[in-house]
Design a protein around this ligand. Structure first.
Ligand SMILES: [Zn+2]
Length: 263
C-alpha cells in the first residue's frame, strides 16, 4: 500500500517524464477512479493543457497544470501506480486513466483494486486545510518542536497517533511499525507517557527512515536485512537484539514489533 516514500517516488517519476508536454488525449477507462468530477468535465479541463509541476503532501500527489486553478490530485489507494510509455502494448493492464501527449508518449494511472482517486482541485493548500491533513514529515518546516506540540495533550497509543493523517500526513502501517522498531518504542505505548528523549528519537528515526526508503526505491535497493521490514513474521529472530518478533492488532492493523527491545 503506497505510503509517503512510495508516493514521493511516483511524484519524482511524474516530474521526470510527464511535465511540459501538450495533453492531446485523456481517456478515462473506468469512471469509478474519479472523485466528484464527471468524466466529461475531467477530460475537457485537461485536454490541450500540460502538466507543469508536482507537489506531494503525505500520501497525496498534486500536479499543477497550465490551466488556472486546475491541479490534478492523485491518491494511490491500495494499488495505484504510474506508467509512462511510448507503445500501446506497454499499457498496464489496470490503466484507469491514460493521458496521451503530443510527442506520442502516454502516462497511465493504474489501480487494480480501485481504492485510488483522480480528481481536479483548485488549490493543494485549500485541499490540505479542508481535509485537516497534518504536516508532511519531510517538509523542511517540520521541526521537533512542532512534532512534540502535535503529540502533546493527546491520548491513545503512539501507533494510532502516527497513523492518523490529521496529526502527521503520510505514514501508514508498514513505516509506522518500522519507525517504532528503530526507536525501540512499543506500538501500544500511551503517547502521554513518552519522555522527551523518546519523542526526539521517534522524530529522528521517522525522518531518517523515510529518506532512506525513498533513496532505496530510487536505486531499486532492498531494505536492510536488519530491518523489521525483512523480518515481519511471527517468532522471527529480532536482528537487533535477538528477541522474538511478535504480531498483534493495534489500532485495527496487523502490527509487528520486537517484544524484547521495544518498550
Ligand atoms: Zn529486538
Amino acid at each position: 500500500m503506497p505510503e509517503l516514500p512510495e508516493v514521493e517516488t511516483y511524484a519524482r517519476y511524474f516530474a521526470a517524464h510527464a511535465l511540459d508536454q501538450k495533453i492531446v488525449r485523456v481517456e478515462v477507462r473506468d469512471e469509478r477512479i474519479l472523485g466528484e468530477i464527471r468524466k466529461v468535465a475531467f477530460v475537457k479541463r485537461l485536454k490541450g493543457r500540460s502538466f507543469t509541476s508536482v507537489r506531494r503532501h503525505g500520501k497525496h500527489l498534486f500536479v499543477a497544470t497550465s490551466a488556472k486553478e486546475t491541479w490534478l490530485h492523485l491518491h494511490f489507494g491500495m494499488s495505484g501506480d504510474l506508467a509512462y510509455y511510448r507503445h500501446v502494448e506497454q499499457e498496464p493492464r489496470f490503466a484507469r486513466i491514460v493521458f496521451g501527449f503530443a510527442g506520442g508518449a502516454q502516462l497511465a494511472f493504474e489501480d487494480m483494486r480501485l481504492f485510488g482517486l483522480a480528481e481536479l482541485v483548485a488549490s493543494p493548500d485549500a485541499f490540505i486545510v479542508d481535509r485537516k491533513l497534518g504536516p508532511d514529515p519531510l517538509d523542511p518546516k517540520f521541526t521537533l518542536a512542532r512534532f512534540t506540540a502535535l503529540l502533546e495533550k493527546r491520548r491513545g497509543t503512539i501507533k494510532s497517533l502516527l497513523m492518523s493523517q490529521e496529526i502527521i500526513a503520510g505514514l501508514g502501517n508498514l513505516w509506522v511499525d518500522e519507525t517504532l522498531y528503530l526507536s525501540s518504542i512499543h506500538p501500544r505505548r500511551p503517547v502521554d507517557r513518552l519522555k522527551k528523549e523518546e519523542i526526539r528519537t521517534i522524530f529522528t528515526s521517522m525522518r531518517k527512515l523515510l529518506r532512506d526508503v525513498i533513496a532505496r526505491r530510487e536505486r531499486g535497493a532492498a531494505m536492510p536485512a536488519r530491518s523489521l521490514y525483512e523480518n515481519r513474521e511471527i517468532d522471527a529472530r529480532c536482528p537487533r537484539c535477538g528477541g522474538s518478533i511478535r504480531r498483534a492488532v493495534v489500532f485495527g492493523r496487523t502490527t509487528y514489533f520486537c517484544a524484547t527491545h521495544q518498550r
